[in-house]
Design a protein around this ligand. Structure first.
Ligand SMILES: [Zn+2]
Length: 387
């Protein structure tokens, strides 16, 4: 068996911390029914990070859509900051309290992955970043992980099932295994060129047997204009001054007339490494740092009970809205009643906590993942500093 919970069990509220069930039981026995307002906020981001990209809403709606509640959410793919509400739910606590565990799990992980993907994409200054991390996570959640990676700005994903779910074409070429089995890089490259459909870019790994510089020249000469790119997945133990290796490969290819052959880098990359290599690399394959990105620690906090503002220590009570400037994307969290705020750039801010569910009815269709990705990249223009 796989150690996973299925959709039915999640929607039944079985993936919950047992203390929520105890709460439900006590409230029932004591006949206490209270209408509460809760908000989903992050109190602090992983080190070095001052914003997050909200992801996971579509799956959260699988749970929320069946509940007797009202809900408001910021659009999936929105940038947000500390203590800014991304989702607000109003309803009787006993109707949705047990889903806190699953709802948080859905947005904490997805948003962590999307945020990391956006940071990598910003670091690459728009050069392609591909998600190669399916092998670092439980296979059952690969489609979720790669959806968030793509939504966050990755240009492609490598896993077949994830691509099917998202209606994308998976990206990838040939692994080291083929080169090892065929005995040398050039033979493997030639076989790849001969066998695989022409629509697949000819990208060849050049770090299997020999020095990257000589292998790059060898495959470029063998494949000629069919060669799209060389890929360096050079292990860390051999990297030395990796930037220097990249510079050398670029130089030798250019000198021999292979200026159009691109250089793709993979292996242990994150936004910092991407910044470092960006002068010489044309694209990146990123695995672990995106697929296993630190989660964003959302909390689901009660801020109002039966119309009265209340919150635990350290949290701001009362229902709020999240205003954002449509021009420069600056945001401000304000009390629910306060609506007209002018941004420092002179434009009136708008509430981006939009109605999501009214009396248990889901109000709108959610946008396609491609639309969300474009929305993320548009905002990223204004958040080029990685902090
Ligand atoms: Zn503004």
């Amino acid at each position: 068996m796989f150690y996973t919970a299925d959709e039915k069990e999640i929607k039944q509220g079985k993936v919950t911390d047992v203390y929520f069930l105890r709460t439900k039981e006590i409230l029932k026995q004591k006949n206490i029914k209270k209408k509460v307002v809760v908000e989903f906020v992050v109190k602090s981001f992983p080190a070095g990070c001052e914003w997050g990209v909200f992801s996971g809403l579509e799956e959260m709606l699988e749970i929320l859509g069946g509940l007797n509640i009202n809900a408001w959410a910021i659009p999936e793919g929105s940038f947000f900051g500390v203590c800014e509400p991304v989702l607000v739910i109003e309803g009787n606590y006993e109707d949705f309290g047990v889903f806190e565990t699953a709802l948080l799990g859905l947005c904490c992980q997805a948003s962590g992955i999307a945020t990391k993907a956006t940071r990598c994409k910003i670091a690459s200054s728009g050069k392609p970043v591909f998600s190669f991390g399916a092998r670092r996570i439980h296979p059952a959640i690969a489609p979720m992980v790669e959806r968030s990676a793509y939504l966050g700005g990755c240009d492609g994903i490598s896993c077949l099932r994830s691509a099917e779910v998202l209606n994308l074409t998976p990206v990838g070429t040939i692994p080291h295994a083929l080169i090892l089995i065929m005995g040398d890089t050039v033979s493997a490259a030639e076989a790849f060129n001969e066998v695989i459909d022409k629509s697949v870019n000819r990208i060849v790994l050049i770090d299997t047997f020999c020095d990257e510089k000589f292998e790059a020249i060898n495959v470029a000469q063998a494949l000629g204009e069919n060669l799209f790119a060389v890929r360096l997945d050079t292990p860390y133990s051999r990297r030395g001054d990796f930037k220097k290796i990249l510079e050398e490969v670029r130089w030798e290819l250019d000198l021999r007339g292979f200026k159009d052959v691109k250089i793709i880098v993979s292996g242990g990359l994150d936004e910092h490494k991407i910044s470092e290599f960006n002068a010489y690399a044309d694209a990146y394959g990123v695995g672990t740092s995106i697929s296993n990105a630190p989660v964003l620690d959302f909390a689901m906090d009660i801020v109002e009970i039966d119309g009265v503002p209340i919150a635990k220590r350290g949290k701001l009570s009362g229902r709020k809205i999240l205003l954002r400037c449509p021009k420069c994307f600056k945001r401000k969290t304000v009390p629910f009643e306060e609506k007209e705020i002018i941004c420092s750039c002179g434009v009136e801010m708008e509430n981006i906590l939009k109605p999501l569910i009214e009396n248990g009815e889901v109000l709108n269709d959610l946008p396609h993942v491609d639309t969300i990705r474009e929305y993320v990249l548009k905002q990223a223009e204004y958040f080029k500093e990685l902090v």
